[in-house]
Design a protein around this ligand. Sequence first.
Ligand code: URA
Length: 241
Amino acid sequence: MAGFRLDRLLSASGKYTRSEAKDLIRKGKVTVDGVCVTKAETKCEDLADIIVCGVPLNFREYHYIMLNKPAGVLSATEDRRDTVALELLSEQYRALKLFPAGRLDKDAEGFLLLTNDGKLAHGLMSPRRHVDKCYYVRVAGSLDDTDCTAFEHGVIIDGDYQTMPAKLEILKSGDESEACVTVQEGRFHQVKKMFLSRGKCVLYLKRLSIAGVRLDDALNPGEYRVLTEEEEAQMKREIES
Ligand code: URA
């Protein structure tokens, strides 16, 4: 995992400016997991045990992890048979009782947010907040403008439910087509059912972004990192706007 610069973690606590942080580190006043660190650019996890002048750095109440969920893993906290997303985290993070903010099918890949912030998770999932979730899909069959229009107007799924307006961008059309679809709700198998309503079966599904925050290209399936401060703020802005 990439981790954060030590000076950045100190200043993010709100107790020190960036230059105060650099100064304290340079003077040997900071230990990370019991080891004195004197380079401000040293990368460490936000869960590391950081002590400044003998005083522990702020305790973080909420944690936000961007996971690139691989296919075959459940977006759940526990399961008797299958591997669940939380099992992909290090022991330190597993102890935090995080949960997935929204579902991603077992066979789907991509951005799964793991957090213990119930307010943010609820806001991201609530259709009333109109938070964009963008997916890349490969489907069997061709796509054209009539599919885009249908998605824009809403299609019928689950027998009688009309979906909210969704944006379909066709990347490639043929026997097998590729597209990006942006939806603002998250019913069970939502995207797959929307394509099925147009007579097309989804072959591959990957979530690319949530609330304007893109899945980090550097994360291979199964890898994760902490959201940056900007990403966290962006998600919070989205649920409040
Ligand atoms: N839509 C689906 O069909 N599946 C997902 O996992 C997410 C959105």
